[in-house]
Design a protein around this ligand. Structure first.
Ligand code: GDP
Ligand code: IMO
Ligand code: MG
Length: 428
């Protein structure tokens, strides 16, 4: 059935508004699937006066009758998952059914200790600025084939054996290299086994659940975390996360074939932000950056860190359109640009005396580019009440059209405010 499986990805450095876009579209589908990342994500959904920030749970949890899936590609911190679930239960909002893949890897307490310790060891000039959620060390164990998976938490003997092997090495590394106290086996084992007992009712064969839903003609949204430029392969390496946020990650991270994906919607903020270290060509450390941060409330949903802000980078957007195969764009936070006399967008990079419209591979080259800007006229009218593109002021419409023409991707959803209803939908 065409048009049934849609991947929602971040087209920039994360925090584009993926949570609100998933929330806006979730009532039309049956399943919402997270396929990578972990509790480093912070996806905000605002409904009426209530604000929800999803870190591990898919952003479809508020809808009755839906199934929310945590796929094999996600790294699960069970403590965080249970806290998020309890918060929703306390509010009576845990409305969807939850399925957690047994093959997803578990973020253990030592991964978080390692994440912090390794950042400290990297020091000022080399640190990544991670979220300290244990993401990199957990994926490293997965690749090293020593990780503990969700299914292992359900079997005391398997867990004991895997944890013992792991902890021996981790404690050596922690104490000898990182100068951190070793962690006691008994406490960790008890914590992990208790987690297993609590999440057992949710553990299942996620790939089968998703594929059977597709077979039955049901709609599925794949909810990416982070963003294209934080992708381990396609992002600004080494200043990236340790997973695959690009659209292809939806397949490996949930056990679904590429032939089943119908559409890829790229979530694009109307300007750019980045949290943590790494190149950011259009970053504005002056008045404009400050203004975007304050008007856009650009503070991390997970760590509370102020986000770095700057103009929209269309070179990067075109690149994101290519590596994700975008079939549409969800343009968020257009309202944050209201009131500016003129708005700049980067349409090229000057690198070593030459101008290019292509995003250069290699993070070190990106450090040296100087953006070439195009200035577009701003608008003064508030746009929060607009529900159709035609309601937008002419200059706002022109801004959207310029983005569409440059990237070759149509804006199918436009965010004109953070609330669920502050959304313009066209052609979705
Ligand atoms: P995500 O990680 O991609 O889900 O994005 P975050 O939730 O981390 O950050 C996006 C922020 O922008 C949140 O605070 C949202 O409530 C807010 N937001 C999303 N869309 C809009 C919009 O169209 N207008 C405004 N003003 N805020 C928005
Ligand atoms: P959502 O899903 C923005 C950034 C961190 C750091 C780098 C590596 O809300 O868009 P990690 O802890 O993953 O090893 O950190 O990635 N980062 C994010 N930035 N939004 C996110 O998630 C992020 N998740 C990780 O700041 O620079
Ligand atoms: Mg976020």
């Amino acid at each position: 059935m065409p048009g049934k499986a849609e991947v929602i990805i971040g087209a920039q450095w994360g925090d584009e508004g993926k949570g609100r876009v998933v929330d806006a579209l979730a009532d039309r589908v049956d399943l919402v699937v997270r396929y990578q990342g972990g509790a480093n994500a912070g996806h905000t959904v605002i409904v009426g006066k209530d604000k929800y920030i999803f870190h591990l749970l898919p952003s479809g949890m508020l809808y009755t009758g839906k199934t929310c899936v945590i796929g094999n590609g996600v790294v699960v911190d069970p403590g965080q998952l249970l806290t998020e679930l309890k918060d929703l239960q306390d509010k009576g909002k845990d409305r969807a059914r939850l399925v957690v893949s047994g093959a997803a890897h578990v973020v253990m307490p030592y991964h978080k200790v390692l994440d912090e310790a390794e950042e400290r060891l990297r020091g000022k000039g080399r640190k990544i600025g991670t979220t300290h959620r244990g993401i990199g060390p957990c994926y490293a164990d997965k690749v090293n084939r020593i990780g503990i998976r969700v299914e292992d938490l359900l079997d005391a003997e398997v867990l004991r054996m895997k944890l013992r092997q792991n902890l021996e090495l981790k404690n050596l590394y922690l104490s000898r290299v990182c100068g951190v106290d070793p962690l006691p086996f008994d406490d960790l084992f008890r914590t992990a086994f208790d987690w297993g007992k609590s999440i057992a009712p949710y553990v299942g064969d996620a790939s089968r659940v998703v594929n059977e839903a597709l077979d039955a003609g049901k709609g599925v949204l794949f909810e990416g975390a982070q963003g294209t430029l934080l992708d381990m392969d396609h992002g600004t390496y080494p200043y990236v996360t340790a997973s695959t946020p690009v659209s292809a990650g939806a397949c490996t991270g949930s056990g679904v074939s590429p032939t089943r994906i119908d559409r890829v919607l790229g979530v694009v903020k109307a300007y750019c932000t980045r949290v943590g270290e790494g190149p950011f060509p259009t970053e504005n450390k002056g008045e404009i950056g400050e203004r975007l941060r304050e008007k856009g409330s650009e503070y991390g949903a997970t760590t509370g860190r102020p986000r770095r802000c700057g103009w929209l980078d269309l070179v990067a957007l075109r690149y994101a359109a290519r590596v994700n195969g975008l079939t549409g764009m969800a343009l968020t936070k257009l309202d944050v640009l209201t009131g500016l006399d003129e708005i700049q967008v980067a349409v090229g990079y000057e690198l070593d005396g030459e101008v290019t419209e292509h995003f250069p591979g290699g993070g070190h080259r990106l450090d040296r580019v100087v953006p070439v800007y195009r200035s577009l006229p701003g608008w003064k009218e508030e746009i929060g009440g607009c529900r159709k593109v035609e309601d937008l002021p002419e200059n706002a419409r022109n801004y959207v059209r310029f983005l569409e023409d440059f990237s070759g991707v149509k804006a199918l959803l436009i965010g004109v405010g953070p609330a669920r209803e502050e959304t313009i939908l066209q052609g979705l």
